[in-house]
Design a protein around this ligand. Structure first.
Ligand SMILES: Cc1ncc(COP(=O)(O)O)c(C=O)c1O
Length: 389
C-alpha cells in the first residue's frame, strides 16, 4: 500500500481538537461510527494543493476555474462513460443545499416530493422545509438471508398523486448501499416518464463501488431522453473525505432547467469556497490511486463486518454494494427485545455511536459507518459483541 489507511488519526485529543462533529458529539469514551465521514486523511495531493493555496494567504472571493470544470468532464467520461460539458456544471456548497434549491426551483408550494425509504434523512425533510409535501414509498426488504433490498415500483406508484412533481433519488443508495440494477432503473424511468416527474439524482456515493470491476452509470446517461428533466449531484466529499470543505457539483444539461435552478440559488448560497474548489480539483486530478487503495480498505472492512454480524443472533445485514455504510436490521435481535431504539441501547451498553434507523424512516435499524481504520472498526465490533453476540 502506498497510502496509510491503517494508522488511526486522533480526531478527539485536545491537541488535535479541530471540532469533528463525528468525534465530539458523544462522550470521550464512545466510539463513533455514525455520520458519513471517514477517519482517513485525504489524498496527499489534496493536502499539498490546499497547503499551497493557504500559503498564498489571500482568501478573497474566488470563482470556479476552467481547469476544475475540465477535470470534472474528464472524470465523468473516464469513470461513468458520460461526456458532459463544462457549462453544465454548477458548483455549490453542498449536495443537501442543492436538494432544497431543486425543490424551490422546480416545484410549487403544496406539490409532492417523492422518495424511497429507508433514506438519508435530509431527503425526508426537503419537502416540509420548502413548503411542499413529503411522499414516500418503502423499498422491499431482503426476502431471504443473503438477499438484498430492492425497488418496489408498486409502492412508488401507490405513493404518487397528481401533485407529485419531483423525485429525490439516491444512486447508489444511502443507507442500503444498493447499486441499482438496470431493470430497476428502467422501471423507475418508465414511471418518471408516465407521471412527468423531475428527477434529482444524488450520486454522491458513485465513486465508492465495492464490487470489483463495478462502475457507476449516471441516471441521466442511462436515460438520455430524461436528461432534460434531471439534476445530477456529485461531490468529492465522500470519496476523498473533504466534506468539511463544502464543494459539490450539480450537473444540468438542459439550459432551461439550469436557468431555473440558478435563478433560485441567487442570494441563497455563497460563491464557491476557495479551499473546497482547490481540493475538488486536486482530488479528481490526482486522487485515483488513493481511491483504489481506499476501496481495497473498505472491501476488507466490509468483509470483517460481514463475518462479525453473522455471529450476532437475529441481526441481519444485506452487504453493501457501495459506499462505507452498513444497514443493520436489529428488530429480531434478542439483545434488543423490548427496546425502542437499538441505537440508544448500543450507545448505552456498548459505547458505540451509530445512526438511528428511525431517522431514515425505519425504526429498529441502525446504520454503521465502516470508513475507519481496521483497528478502530475492530475495537467497535468487539464492544458490539458484548451486547449482541
Ligand atoms: C446521499 C447523500 N447526499 C448528501 C449528503 C450530504 O452532502 P453535503 O454534505 O454535500 O450536503 C450525504 C452525506 O452523507 C449523503 O449520503
Amino acid at each position: 500500500m502506498r497510502y496509510d489507511f491503517a494508522t488511526p488519526i486522533d480526531r478527539r485529543h485536545p491537541k488535535n481538537d479541530w471540532s469533528s462533529f463525528k468525534w465530539h458529539r458523544y462522550a470521550d469514551d464512545v466510539l463513533p461510527l455514525w455520520i458519513a465521514d471517514m477517519d482517513f486523511a485525504s489524498p496527499p495531493e489534496v493536502i499539498e494543493a490546499l497547503q499551497a493555496r493557504v500559503a498564498h494567504g489571500v482568501f478573497g472571493y474566488g470563482q470556479v476555474r476552467d481547469s476544475l470544470r475540465e477535470v470534472m468532464c474528464a472524470w465523468s467520461e473516464t469513470h461513468y462513460d458520460w461526456p458532459i460539458q463544462p457549462d453544465w456544471q454548477l458548483w455549490l456548497p453542498g449536495v443537501v443545499p442543492a436538494l432544497h434549491l431543486a425543490s424551490l426551483a422546480l416545484t410549487e408550494p403544496g406539490d409532492g416530493v417523492l422518495t424511497v425509504t429507508p433514506i438519508y434523512p435530509p431527503f425526508l425533510q426537503v419537502a416540509e422545509r420548502t413548503g411542499r409535501v413529503t411522499q414516500r414509498a418503502a423499498l422491499r426488504p431482503p426476502q431471504e438471508d443473503g438477499g438484498r433490498w430492492s425497488l418496489d415500483l408498486d409502492a412508488l406508484e401507490a405513493a404518487i398523486t397528481p401533485r407529485t412533481r419531483l423525485l429525490l433519488w439516491c444512486h447508489p443508495h444511502n443507507p442500503t448501499g444498493r447499486v441499482w440494477s438496470h431493470d430497476e432503473l428502467a422501471g423507475l424511468a418508465e414511471l418518471v416518464r408516465r407521471h412527468d416527474l423531475i428527477v434529482v439524482s444524488d450520486e454522491l456515493h458513485a465513486d465508492l463501488m465495492l464490487e470489483e470491476g463495478a462502475s457507476h452509470r449516471p441516471w441521466a446517461a442511462l436515460f438520455p431522453d430524461l436528461a432534460e428533466r434531471t439534476i445530477t449531484l456529485w461531490a468529492p466529499s465522500k470519496t476523498f473525505n473533504v466534506a468539511g470543505l463544502t464543494a459539490a457539483c450539480a450537473v444540468i444539461s438542459d439550459t432551461n432547467l439550469r436557468q431555473r435552478f440558478t435563478d433560485v440559488a441567487k442570494g441563497l448560497q455563497p460563491d464557491g469556497n476557495v479551499l473546497g474548489l482547490v481540493s475538488a480539483e486536486a482530488a479528481y486530478r490526482h486522487g485515483e490511486p488513493w481511491r483504489q487503495e481506499l476501496l481495497a480498505t473498505l472491501r476488507a472492512n466490509r468483509a470483517s463486518l460481514i463475518e462479525r454480524v453473522a455471529r450476532w443472533p437475529g441481526v441481519r445485514m444485506a452487504p453493501a454494494e457501495s459506499t462505507y455504510l452498513a444497514w443493520l436490521d436489529l428488530r429480531d435481535s434478542p439483545a434488543m427485545e423490548g427496546q425502542k431504539s437499538p441505537q440508544q441501547q448500543l450507545l448505552k451498553l456498548a459505547g458505540v455511536a451509530l445512526s438511528d434507523g428511525a431517522d431514515f424512516g425505519w425504526p429498529g435499524f441502525v446504520r454503521l459507518n465502516f470508513g475507519t481504520t481496521p483497528s478502530q472498526l475492530e475495537a467497535a465490533l468487539v464492544r458490539m459483541d458484548s451486547v449482541l453476540a
